[in-house]
Design a protein around this ligand. Structure first.
Ligand code: GLY
Ligand code: MN
Ligand code: MN
Length: 491
């Protein structure tokens, strides 16, 4: 019987998702944070990661602290990503030390406690529980851990730490007595490749982060109307995040309407939206320290204009073509290249590109590589097999130098088109060094009247893709993106 009930619920979820039907778009997300509770088996994940690392230490040490001065995007405490990834521990003011010592490879320290911290921050987990849960070989007080760090630095051994934590780096350099930058190497050299392949528990958190974000986007589709301010939309978004147990966004929410939809990382979110505007939302709930990164673009009044529809469908077609290329064995940039091909062809047909082989014309519209890794960081760590510049310099006919996709990788795919009010006027400044000025003037004259029709149209569609052995799973599949679905929900 139970089996049939589950089957019924599963079918209900599937039908709700594939057939939006006004307000019945269903997203499988529950208000239940118990999935964040650690079980002994989930703690084995952290131990496994440490063991991989300790094997490669050969005489060096890893020193990490939980305090994260680098999380400038965050408004409340969250632990440093490397610290958390290797320990599962989240208390502010702790240190983790990994040593090439078979008996004491993992040292953890408890935060400094006083009557003052007790009054302000409440009691901490008892030491016995910390030992049992996080399984350090050695548990030290804050003071003892500082002494240990000092003695490690004095040995002259190589120390791996998070070099983006500049304050801690300076502190260690001071302890070393001179500017021995070479001895303090970035822990990412040892950890980033492990972080690239997501374990099932990480995928679970990413999936929930995506589902909460999809819920926020559909809530906006139901609430959106002209004359609301962008920050009111932001409040629907971040209110939904909190409602479902996401403590904070993984990055500042981008909520840009009308002209602001064309600004890639617009963040003030202060404008009053007008009838006829597009609204671009690039947002991500964080769950269990993993962040979603989804972009949807909708018409503020619920109906796309013919011009908006044209550009939107082109970006969507490009994105769908890209997702088809995101499978094991293909290259990291194959999705981007597929999207680029669709966009260049579409813009040429619209008369917005006069020469589809012109490098600068393509770069005028395609502003960034369409993928990045996703995980604990929105632009997650890991070698993509090429730099931003290399990816931008690639023409559609050139072979692609990027890394091979493997199951367990999670990456975004986010093509977009942005028609800035003064876009064409900026052309000479942008391509001064690489294009002929007469050629550019001719381009402006031919394309200008067409470009004019699309001014203040900014469209980006971004999904989060898990590479699997059989192809991929779109983790953000519950966020509607087909024109008919969006218009139906907004009706
Ligand atoms: N939200 C930033 C990005 O999409 O890369
Ligand atoms: Mn984004
Ligand atoms: Mn992104």
């Amino acid at each position: 019987m139970k089996k049939y009930v589950s089957l019924f619920i599963y079918l209900l979820i599937l039908s709700g998702c594939s057939n939006p039907g006004g307000r019945s778009w269903m997203i499988p997300v529950t208000i239940d944070p118990s999935d964040l509770d650690y079980t002994p088996s989930s703690m084995e994940s952290f131990e496994g990661r440490r063991n991989q690392l300790i094997d490669s230490l050969s005489g060096s040490y890893v020193i990490l602290r939980s305090a994260d001065q680098c999380s400038a995007n965050r408004h409340e405490f969250r632990p440093n990503n490397y610290f958390y990834y290797l320990t599962g521990y989240t208390a502010r003011g702790s240190y983790a030390i990994l040593a090439p010592d078979p008996h004491q490879s993992f040292t953890l320290s408890v935060p400094y406690q006083s009557i003052r911290t007790l009054i302000y921050e409440g009691g901490k987990l008892p030491e016995e529980e910390i030992r049992e849960k996080y399984r350090p070989d050695r548990l030290l007080t804050y003071r003892e851990s500082r002494e240990l760090i000092d003695s490690i630095v004095q040995t002259g051994a190589t120390v791996y730490m998070d070099r983006s934590d500049r304050t801690f780096l300076r502190e260690l350099q001071r302890l070393a007595g001179e500017d021995e930058t070479i001895r303090f190497r970035h822990v990412g050299e040892l950890v980033d490749e492990i972080r690239v392949i997501k374990e099932p528990v990480e995928v679970e958190y990413l999936q929930k982060a995506c589902n909460i974000t999809a819920m926020a986007l559909t809530n906006v589709m139901k609430e959106c109307r002209p004359d609301l301010y962008e920050f009111q939309i932001e409040s629907v978004i971040e209110g939904t995040f909190l409602e479902y147990g996401s403590a904070m966004p993984g990055f500042n929410s981008i909520v840009g309407s009308g002209p602001n939809s064309t600004i890639l990382h617009y963040e003030p979110n202060m404008r009053k939206m007008e009838d006829g505007d597009l609204l671009l939302m690039d947002i991500g709930a964080e769950y269990g320290y993993y962040t979603a990164d989804i972009t949807r673009t909708i018409p503020v009044n619920g109906r796309f204009t013919p011009e908006q529809r044209t550009i939107y469908q082109l970006v969507l077609d490009a994105q769908l073509a890209a997702i088809e290329q995101m499978k094991p064995g293909n290259m990291f940039m194959d999705g981007h290249m597929a999207a680029k091909e669709v966009i260049v062809k579409g813009l040429t047909e619209l008369g917005l590109i006069t020469d589809p082989t012109s490098h600068w014309q393509i770069k005028f519209y395609i502003l960034y590589p369409s993928s990045h890794f996703l995980g604990m960081d929105v632009h997650d760590v890991g070698d993509k097999g090429g730099s931003f510049t290399q990816f931008m310099e690639q023409t559609p006919l050139e072979s692609i130098e990027s890394r091979v996709l493997e199951p367990g990788m999670v990456l975004t795919i986010e093509p977009g088109l942005y028609f800035r009010e003064k876009g064409l006027e900026q052309l000479h400044e942008i391509f001064e060094a690489e294009a002929d000025s007469i050629e550019m003037a001719q381009f402006i004259e031919t394309v200008g009247p067409i470009y004019e029709q699309y001014i203040n149209t900014g469209v980006r569609i971004e999904d989060d893709i898990l590479i699997t052995t059989g192809g991929n799973i779109n983790l953000s599949r519950y966020a509607p993106k087909e024109i008919d679905d969006i218009e139906q929900i907004m009706r």
